[in-house]
Design a protein around this ligand. Structure first.
Ligand SMILES: CC(C)(COP(=O)(O)OP(=O)(O)OC[C@H]1O[C@@H](n2cnc3c(N)ncnc32)[C@H](O)[C@@H]1OP(=O)(O)O)[C@@H](O)C(=O)NCCC(=O)NCCS
Length: 212
């Protein structure tokens, strides 16, 4: 199977985690953000074009948004999130263009208390946000592809979920067009406003990679 990205991961010090994923197809790098990335994260998360479809972020004040961005700078054990800043590597130093990653990692439905520490019984919720000037260049599709692959294969999660409101035509276009995956309709709209959900396990992912 073709290599999608190169992977440098060192989680010895979760306070200063090193995770650096470089696309082999696009000038794109994903890394767990560091302190110096905080202003760029805040810029991305403050852009109304980026957050208008995400009810949970759109409602936050500046202080709350900063709290979220600071949370992304460190990781917890067991992992409960792993977010990445997206860097366009055509410029030196690289230019931050968006945010992606697993905003939530937690137990699968029906898993027992004993399963809690078993990462193979856990799921992750993936998302992506790209600044308007960097859109329609394939960055979001590539970033999400790397995040899904990393979550399933490197983190060994059982399932990656991608949710969106059905009104988000860009995200639906991405998932249905680029990943050729149909969503399931949620019984209830979640707190992010999502009523569509894609569930991707290792089998579904292998099928996609095989057909690509
Ligand atoms: C959704 C979003 C991440 C897409 O970013 P992007 O970098 O422009 O996406 P890509 O360039 O990788 O697009 C891949 C495909 O998605 C589809 N797509 C992207 N934007 C689209 C739009 N506005 N309308 C319809 N389809 C769209 C197209 O099929 C596109 O392929 P094409 O350009 O070859 O036609 C971006 O619009 C965004 O950040 N929106 C705000 C945040 C958000 O809604 N995030 C999703 C929540 S998880």
């Amino acid at each position: 199977m073709a290599t999608i990205y190169t992977n440098q991961t060192n989680l010895c010090d979760l306070g200063h985690p090193v995770v650096d994923l470089r696309s082999v197809n696009k000038p794109l790098k994903l890394r767990v953000p560091q302190d110096e990335d905080l202003p760029a994260l805040l810029d991305i998360l403050s852009n109304t074009e980026n957050i208008k479809t995400d009810l949970s972020v759109a409602a936050l004040n500046a202080q709350e948004r900063e709290g979220i961005c600071r949370r992304w700078l460190t990781l917890n054990n067991p992992l409960d999130h792993m977010n990445f800043i997206m860097i366009d590597t055509r410029e030196s130093p690289g230019k931050p263009i968006g945010i992606t990653g697993l905003g939530w990692i937690g137990p699968m439905e029906n898993s027992s208390q004993e399963d809690f520490d078993d990462v193979s019984m856990r799921a992750g919720a993936a998302g992506v946000m790209v600044n308007p000037e960097a859109r329609r260049k394939g960055f979001a599709a590539e970033a999400l592809k790397i995040v899904i692959d990393y979550g399933l294969k490197e983190l060994n999660l059982a399932e990656i979920r991608v949710g969106t409101p059905s009104s988000n035509m860009a995200m639906r276009g991405l998932m249905e067009g680029k990943f050729e995956m149909e969503p399931e309709e949620c019984r209830q709209v979640d707190r992010f406003g999502n009523d569509l959900m894609w569930r991707i396990n290792k089998e579904r992912w292998s099928l996609f990679l095989g057909h690509e």
